[in-house]
Design a protein around this ligand. Structure first.
Ligand SMILES: [Zn+2]
Length: 397
């Protein structure tokens, strides 16, 4: 997750020709997918945990500078092992030129699983996560296990499962690991401006940032999804993918956050349907204590399976819901905010919630009781709730 206080760099205004997706794979390439993967069906905890531990290990130096280069290399190796096609004209790496204040070369890593239906293969679903983090600062390692080794692990496991499926997805599925997210979403902004294919071909953009803990360290089984306000028809898909799992889906509008806080930003701006998954900020956010042994791996596994489920459904659907400019703000969102505020309120001491914050929470909860009773939220009530949630979220963590 990118710290909103960091000023984003200007994009290099380099003109790059927009080519189509890399050439269609031959049938032989598709059949050549490693047989050992053929029975893989869902993201597995052991693999997710192994990825997080590897990406957050001291050898990868907090995935900045040389450490980021090593992390990119590991992701390339995995894409090769899965026999996915390189995304960038025969290369897995898109170099991101430095632009002040970002002084180093960045590397987005991308691969594609070619769609099996010729009439849909030009369209794609993107599954992404940023792999960079804060590096080593004054000799102290920032491992970034939750932020965002957790998301990368999900993306790689989703890639493994889809690449190994006996029936290939009908649409193409693009897997992307973005660099320089922590520098004002620079990697994903560069990708969106210099994509190797027309970004209008992205019918659904999925990203996950910090999916291994819980909001405030207290919202146990909750995970949050933003973006359905522009594509409400995806909401039942999420509900179905999460049904029966020991995790709780929290629907929120992306306008709850003042700025675009992760790589969905450049795609949201371009009106591409997106889903942003996160378990939210917590006391280890951007701290040296964001270490692999403190992650909730069963929860990460469940969330990864939900994302894998939604991705494969989207990749195979005859049509996908389109972007709506007008957001709908459903009762589910108000109920999510209510349950989160209740949980935070019940942990006042632990979270050091002061009297002023307590007042804001109590006030919002009163409004929410009315909303829940009527089963409807008015625009005025919603803006009050958003304000309250922002005040609490921005002053508590
Ligand atoms: Zn971050």
């Amino acid at each position: 997750m990118h710290d909103a206080s960091i000023r984003p760099p200007k994009l290099a205004s380099r003109v790059v020709s927009i080519a189509r997706l890399v050439p269609v794979a031959t049938i032989a390439t598709l059949l050549g997918l490693s047989a050992g993967e053929a029975c893989a069906s869902e993201p597995e905890r052991t693999n997710l945990e192994r990825w997080v531990r590897q990406l957050a290990s001291p050898e990868l130096e907090g995935r900045r500078g040389e450490g980021a280069r090593k992390a990119a290399g590991l992701i390339v190796e995995e894409f090769q092992r899965l026999k996915l096609e390189p995304l960038f004209q025969g290369q897995y790496v898109q170099e991101v030129p430095p632009a002040p204040p970002v002084e180093v070369l960045g590397r987005n890593v991308g691969a594609v699983l070619r769609g099996s239906d010729p009439s849909l293969a030009e369209r794609c679903v993107v599954v992404s996560a940023h792999y960079d983090h804060l590096g080593v600062r004054q000799g102290v390692l920032y491992p970034g296990a939750d932020d965002n080794a957790s998301g990368v692990a999900m993306m790689l496991e989703t890639a493994r499962c889809l690449a190994g499926a006996i029936e290939k997805p009908k649409r193409s599925v693009v897997f992307l690991a973005f660099d320089q997210e922590e520098s004002g979403l620079y990697g994903s902004r560069y990708f969106a401006a210099h994509s190797p294919f027309a970004v209008e071909n992205i019918e659904l953009f999925i990203t996950a940032d910090m999916i291994g803990r819980s909001l405030g360290g207290v919202c146990g089984d909750f995970f949050f999804v933003m973006g359905t306000e522009h594509v409400p028809a995806l909401r039942p898909w999420l509900t179905e993918a999460a049904a029966g799992r020991p995790v709780r889906l929290g629907i929120l509008g992306a306008d709850l956050l003042v700025l675009n806080r992760s790589d969905y930003g450049p795609f949201r701006t371009r009106k591409i349907p997106f889903l942003f998954f996160s378990t939210g900020e917590n006391p280890r956010y951007h701290a040296p204590s964001d270490t692999p042994e403190t992650l909730d791996y069963p929860k990460l596994t469940e969330i990864s399976r939900v994302i894998h489920g939604v991705t494969s459904r989207a990749a195979d659907a005859p049509t996908l819901p389109r972007w709506n400019d007008r957001t709908d703000n459903p009762i589910e969102e108000a109920l999510t905010i209510r349950d989160v505020l209740r949980t935070l309120d019940a942990n006042r001491e632990k979270l050091k919630i002061n009297a002023a914050q307590g007042f804001v929470i109590a006030n919002a909860l009163r409004t929410l009781d009315g909303v829940a009773g009527r089963g409807k939220v008015t625009p005025a009530e919603r803006s009050l709730l958003i304000q309250a949630a922002r005040v609490v979220l921005m002053t508590t963590f």
